[in-house]
Design a binder for this molecule. Sequence first.
Ligand SMILES: Cc1cc2nc3c(=O)[nH]c(=O)nc-3n(C[C@H](O)[C@H](O)[C@H](O)COP(=O)(O)O)c2cc1C
Length: 213
Amino acid sequence: MLDLTPDELLTTTRAVRKRLDFDRKVPRELIEECLQIAFQAPNGGNMNTWRWVVIDDPALIAKTAEIYNGGLDDYIASFGDAGYPGAAVPGADRIDSSVAHLRENWHRLPAVLLPMFAGRTDGLNLFHQASLWGSCLQAVWSFMLALRARGLGSAWTTGHLYREKDMAELLGIPPFYTQVGLFPIAYTIGTDFKPGYRKPTDEVVGWNGMPKG
Ligand SMILES: Cc1cc2nc3c(=O)[nH]c(=O)nc-3n(C[C@H](O)[C@H](O)[C@H](O)COP(=O)(O)O)c2cc1C
C-alpha cells in the first residue's frame, strides 16, 4: 500500500493514461480486493443492483479497444465543425494527447473493468434515474481509489457507450442492464500524482443560494 493520507488519496487519484504500465500483469486477487472495497459504497436499499465484468483475456481486451475507439470516433463526429466544447479548459492540450495515448494503447491493457447496473433509465423520472446511477457510480470511484492506494491506476471513460450494444453483444450483457463506463486497470509508472485543475471554490459553491459563477 502507498503511504498516502486520506486527503492525499482523494486529491491525487487522477485519470491515468500516459503513465499506465501496459507491460505489467495485474493479479486477479488484487482486482478482487479492490472490488471488495468498492462494494462497501452506499447503494439504494442496499440492493446491490450493480454487476461487474472484469476482462483480462487479451483477445477480448483487443475487441473492447475496437469498440472504445469506435465509440470515441462517433462522439467526436457528433460535434461536426463546431469542435469539442471542452477545448477551452486549462490543460486541454495535455488531456487530448493523453486521451490519444490511451486510445492507441487500449488493446495492451492488462485488464479492463465494465461496471453496470440492473435497469434502464430511459423515460424514468428523476428520482428513479438518480437512484439507479447513484447506486453504482460511487462504488466505481471507490474502486479507482483502491487501485491508486495500491500503486495502480485507471481513467473514467464513457467513450464506448456510443456503442454500448456492441459491447453488450461481445460480453453477453442482457438489454435490461445499463453500462456505466469502461475502466482501464494497470500499474502506474511511478506513484507520485498531484491535485488537478478545478474551478475556484467561489465559482462553484454558493452559501444559502446559487454560486456567483
Ligand atoms: C463521466 C466521465 C467521462 C469520461 N470519459 C472519458 C473518456 O471517454 N476517455 C478518457 O480518456 N477520459 C474520460 N474521462 C476522464 C476525464 O477526461 C478526466 O477525469 C478529466 O480530464 C479530469 O482529469 P483528472 O480526473 O485527472 O482530474 C471521463 C471522465 C468522466 C468523469
